[in-house]
Design a protein around this ligand. Structure first.
Ligand code: NAP
Length: 283
């Protein structure tokens, strides 16, 4: 029996419908939801994601204001941009591309962004909000996208054994925290975890965000399991693939997110929803 494909496209479409309606309601009240996109340099990955953000926001009635700096810009220039973004009441959210160039201190720069405009969950205040559920800031979009897909397909989380592989602040750790808030029992794994396959097999929901191309394969899956593959890599054949060996997982589990077309197809929609929510909070 083949697994149910948990697709990002239909999940995003459902979220986009709500976001567009909320954006239209704001616009009718004279508030145009607006996202600042702050980019230092022109890395191809950033440009590709930026194109996706521009297209998504354009379709949903969200304005985008780019702030572009040269790759050799001083940190003080970036801090001045963030100060402008923070002060501008017509800007509701900010997407800052990282990693930053080597001459900049990531921690200092992240700390300069106002948490209420941190729609991609990069500030410590946002991460604390994910941890405490205080409502300050926003969860990192990719981590939230994992939960949105599970919710869209009606996968129950309460009381479930969930294993999250990877503990980065961008994906694994906040995803684990969001799943914990949904009353799942979460095991969070890292590169020093012993017997990773056993911890994967025991999971009813397995979330893989380890940044290792097709590292999770046969021996890590269990019947009835739901697999969320966050990884994005270019395979030896030039095609996109994930952290999970899809061909080995798909016959062995109940449901799985494809790559491409899974979590990655959701992130700009979550970002757009956060911008609209931030704009609503200014009413
Ligand atoms: P990352 O910062 O490189 O973190 C990888 C994590 O995996 C680390 O916590 C690391 O543990 C852990 N890890 C590495 N090898 C492991 C092993 N053998 N066993 C258990 N844990 C292991 O990566 P990331 O930024 O979280 O991204 C993860 C993946 O998601 C990447 O493939 C990335 O391309 C993808 N991604 C996708 C989207 C999207 O929109 N779909 C967005 C962001 C990222 P340590 O902490 O011990 O080093």
């Amino acid at each position: 029996m083949s697994a149910l494909l948990l697709k990002g496209g239909p999940t995003a479409a459902a979220l986009n419908e709500t976001t567009a309606a909320r954006a239209a309601a704001l616009t009718a009240q004279g508030i145009t939801p607006t996202l600042a996109v702050v980019r230092v340099g022109a890395r191809e990955d950033d440009l590709a994601y930026e194109r996706g953000v521009l297209a998504r926001c354009g379709k949903l009635g969200i304005a985008v204001r780019p702030f572009l700096l040269d790759a050799d810009a001083e940190q003080s220039e970036l801090l001045a941009v963030l100060d402008e973004v923070n002060r501008d009441r017509t800007i509701h959210g900010c997407l800052l591309f990282r990693p930053l160039p080597a001459q900049m201190d990531d921690r200092a720069v992240r700390a300069a962004l106002a948490p209420e405009k941190d729609v991609d969950g990069i500030t410590d205040a946002s991460l604390a909000g994910v941890f405490t559920g205080s409502g300050v800031g926003y969860a990192p979009c990719t981590a939230q996208a994992c939960v949105e897909i599970l919710d869209h397909y009606g996968i129950p989380l309460e009381g479930k054994r969930v294993t999250v592989v990877g503990r980065s602040l961008v994906v694994g750790k906040p995803a684990a925290m969001l799943l914990d808030r949904r009353n799942a029992t979460v095991t969070l794994c890292n590169s020093r975890t012993r017997d990773l396959p056993a911890l994967c097999r025991q999971a009813e929901v397995l979330v893989v965000a380890m940044g290792r191309r097709e590292a999770i394969g046969a021996g890590c899956f269990a019947p009835g399991q739901v697999v969320v593959d966050v990884g994005i890599h270019t395979g030896a054949d030039g095609k996109l693939c994930g952290d999970v060996r899809f061909a080995e997982a798909e016959p062995a589990v109940a449901a799985i997110t494809p790559v491409p077309g899974g979590v990655g197809a959701m992130t700009t929609s979550v970002l757009a929803a956060h911008v609209v929510e931030a704009a609503e909070k200014t009413r």
